[in-house]
Design a protein around this ligand. Sequence first.
Ligand code: CA
Length: 229
Amino acid sequence: MKKILVLEDEANIRSFVVINLRRSGFEPIEAETGEMALEKLRVNPDICLALLDVMLPDIDGFEVCRRIRATGSKMGIIMLTAKSQEIDKVTGLMTGADDYVTKPFSPAELTARVDALIRRLGIDEDERSSTELVSGPFVLNTRNRTLEKDGQRLKLTQIEYLLMKLFMENPGKAMSREDILTAVWGNDFKGELKTVDVNIRRLRIKIESDPTEPEYLTTVWGYGYKWGY
Ligand code: CA
């Protein structure tokens, strides 16, 4: 998971940002003061992006930004500025920030800016280009391993997640129970083919409107299963 530094002294804004980053599959690292932020950066050299508030109790966000750049770091930096701080945008970009977001901002806006910057900086391009599998009402996010149906999160076990990934990557393809067992449980698994059926049955209860008349995860009689959507 990609680490993002969140420097913000106001606890409610900070937790709002943290919750939304976590929801988008990032690992937020929190800091309340400029000094604390610099310390967190020292112990987490793999932080790829920083969100920096400007008005802080100790050193301001621009100074933190300047100090990060002084170390030669190329990490993404987004300044969080207040509306009245138009001038801050100019100062921020001059001290080496890549972008700014004006408060108050929506979760969607913040995530969009973070995603855009990560794309622009080319951080883990391969991983990002393949983070979502979409099929009908289902969206499988392979970065945070979650499944949504019509925008509603469905709780899956890791095995169920792997089954969904296998099916959604192979739409319309009939897969034998042996193939499924090997793909999901691995070559060394000594279990029975029944294991596949048991888990498919459980998965159907979660994803199908009527598990007895499956619409998506259909049975291929005498063979196995397929993603029928
Ligand atoms: Ca502040």
